[in-house]
Ligand binder design. Structure first.
Ligand code: IMP
Length: 189
């Protein structure tokens, strides 16, 4: 039975949860992973999708819940895959992204994290952060999702995958969770 003091992180992605748990532990915030079957609305706006999912999770669990939606926005593809990042990863994957990018000289891209936090009293907030970088010319390093193809700026040309645990020091997820941690420390603890 969920307790009011608990904060749940709703995801089916253990890689993501492990990063979230490590990042939030630096702010003395504990989260529990929960797998929920959540409704996902169609929208071009990650914040709208995340808000809606967080409300659904909150309703289903009747507890404080965080959910995260991410998107990789590639400039020369006019922001694609953006809100479709999950579908694109499952279909063409990193090999497909590398192939697509062969026709473009501009390889710049942005990774965006939207953290949506919901309480059973209906308060829902989002915390958004972006990291700018570029798409690598080849798959580099072993990591989950787009980690082997995303090179954040100021990383000496290393992909997220090659950065290993250092990724958590400055990733899109870290920056969004930092905003959330500051908010919750100021308003709830
Ligand atoms: P979702 O919002 O978690 O579904 O993320 C959209 C897509 O981006 C999925 O394919 C994830 O695997 C991928 N993704 C999300 N965050 C990261 C990350 O930190 N590194 C690499 N891929 C990610």
């Amino acid at each position: 039975m969920p307790e009011l003091s608990d904060i749940y992180f709703a995801t089916t992605n253990t890689n993501k949860f492990n990063e979230v748990k490590d990042i939030l532990s630096n702010y003395d915030i504990k989260v529990k992973m929960v797998e929920l079957d959540l409704l996902e609305i169609q929208s071009n706006d990650l914040e709208v999708i995340a808000m809606d999912k967080a409300k659904d999770a909150c309703r289903k669990l009747n507890a404080r819940v965080i959910i995260e939606d991410d998107g990789l926005f590639i400039a020369s593809l006019k922001g694609f895959p953006g809100p479709y990042s999950s579908f694109v990863f499952k279909t063409i994957g990193n090999e497909g992204i590398i192939q697509l990018m062969k026709s473009y000289s501009d390889r710049t891209a942005t990774f965006r994290s939207v953290i949506a936090y919901c309480e059973p009293n209906n308060i829902t907030l989002t915390f958004v952060s972006n990291v700018n970088g570029e798409i690598s010319a080849e798959i580099s390093g072993k990591g989950w999702g787009y980690d082997p193809v995303f090179i954040p700026n100021d990383s000496a040309q290393l992909t997220y995958a090659e950065l290993g645990s250092k990724k958590n020091e400055s990733s899109h997820r870290k920056l969004a969770l930092e905003k959330f941690a500051h908010w919750i420390k100021n308003h709830r603890y």
